[in-house]
Design a protein around this ligand. Structure first.
Ligand code: SF4
Length: 361
């Protein structure tokens, strides 16, 4: 098994269902993304997974596997404690690479955690990112469930758990969805199989939808660009009549859909331009500029109050805790000594006016 499957579970939400894009796997194979260095977020995600897995395998002790980053440590501990509460030690598998032949021979992957308790198969996925992911119809986990059913006979229910320690949702950091085994086989496994067969055939078609936001090809995919343009055109048509409630609702859905589709393409284009600029290539009208964070004190707040006092300014009154709040009290020259905006990375700047001026002057 090579590292990357033609049909990866992590992208089953793109290729694995009837409303998905079955052409995606072949397009990815033919247009492999450039090798770009791992981002800090990706490194943090990997670390959270490896610390979490080690904690589960050591039953939470194992000389306390630790990360230097307290946020990663907290996330890994929450995930490990949740997994170990679901099933006993003998009925689980952690980061076990599996072929998912019940779907297709080109489908394999590594589920974070699988386990069985009584007649229920638990599929747990740790997401360290900030984007909220739902357990409901989570195609990645459904694909993992397809891998597990052969190993755990007698299952009557499947429960999917998405653990997202860094996402603040009303119900807490864990989202779950349960379905019956028969529902899984009749509806979801069937869809995965059908989609896998189409995706590996010559008849695979591109189909746009929400999944495009996770596709690295969206900035050059004709279907996505056409869909974005078509939706944009329709959404921009002037409404010359007084719409009834139904038309208004429909129009709102359309404009929202257009704005989402354009947003996916925009993110893709920005990512591509940023990568090219970082590699030294010039892109017309675009530049990377330093991005600065919020105004913060250079020293602990107590020291800042003392230093300001030494200059005859009292900023100790209640509520004056941030440089922005203290701005009124502090002379500018003192403020720049005590506070600064830390560099937060680079941001893409697109000065279309400059570009137009250069082209047309
Ligand atoms: S952008 Fe959307 S339609 Fe185009 S290849 Fe990617 S997933 Fe398919």
């Amino acid at each position: 098994m090579s590292a990357h499957a033609f049909l990866p579970p992590s992208s089953a939400h793109i290729w694995g269902h009837r409303r998905g894009c079955q052409a995606w796997p072949a397009l990815m194979r033919d247009n492999p993304p450039d090798d770009v260095p791992e981002t800090q977020d990706q490194r943090d995600g990997h670390e959270a997974h490896s610390v979490g897995a080690a904690l589960i395998l050591g039953d939470g002790s194992a000389n306390k596997v630790c990360s230097d980053n307290p946020e990663i440590q907290e996330a890994a501990e929450l995930y490990a404690a949740y997994c170990t509460s679901l099933v006993t030690r003998d009925n689980r598998s952690v980061e076990w690479k599996l072929r998912i032949t019940s779907v297709h021979e080109k489908n394999w992957g590594t589920p974070d955690f699988l386990g069985v308790s009584n007649d229920t198969l638990h599929v747990v996925d740790l997401k360290y990112g900030m984007r909220e992911i739902s357990a409901f119809e989570n195609w990645q986990c459904l694909d993992y469930a397809a891998a597990a059913i052969g190993f755990f006979p007698g299952i009557k229910k499947i429960k999917i758990h998405i653990v997202q320690p860094r996402v603040y949702r009303s119900g807490g950091p864990i989202d779950t969805w349960e379905l019956s085994f028969s529902d899984f086989i009749d509806n979801y496994l069937t869809q995965l199989k059908e989609s896998a067969d189409i995706a590996t055939s010559s008849g695979a078609q591109t189909r746009t939808g929400k999944h495009c936001r996770d596709c690295v090809m969206r900035y050059k995919c004709r279907a996505a660009l056409n869909a974005g343009a078509a939706l944009f055109e329709v959404a921009c048509e002037p409404v010359t009549f007084e719409p009834d409630a139904e038309s208004l609702g429909l129009y709102y859905s359309l404009v929202r859909r257009a704005s989402e589709q354009i947003g996916y393409i925009l993110k893709g284009v920005e990512g591509e331009i940023t990568a090219r600029l970082k590699s030294g290539e010039k892109v017309s009208g675009c530049a990377l500029e330093p991005a600065y964070g919020r105004l913060t004190w250079r020293y602990p707040v107590e020291e800042v109050i003392e230093l300001a006092n030494a200059f005859g300014v009292d900023i100790s009154k209640p509520g004056v805790k941030t440089p922005t709040q203290a701005k009124k009290e502090l002379p500018v020259e003192l403020l720049v000594k005590l506070a600064h905006r830390p560099l937060n990375g680079l941001k893409l700047n697109n000065n279309i006016n400059d570009l137009a001026r250069r082209i047309f002057s």
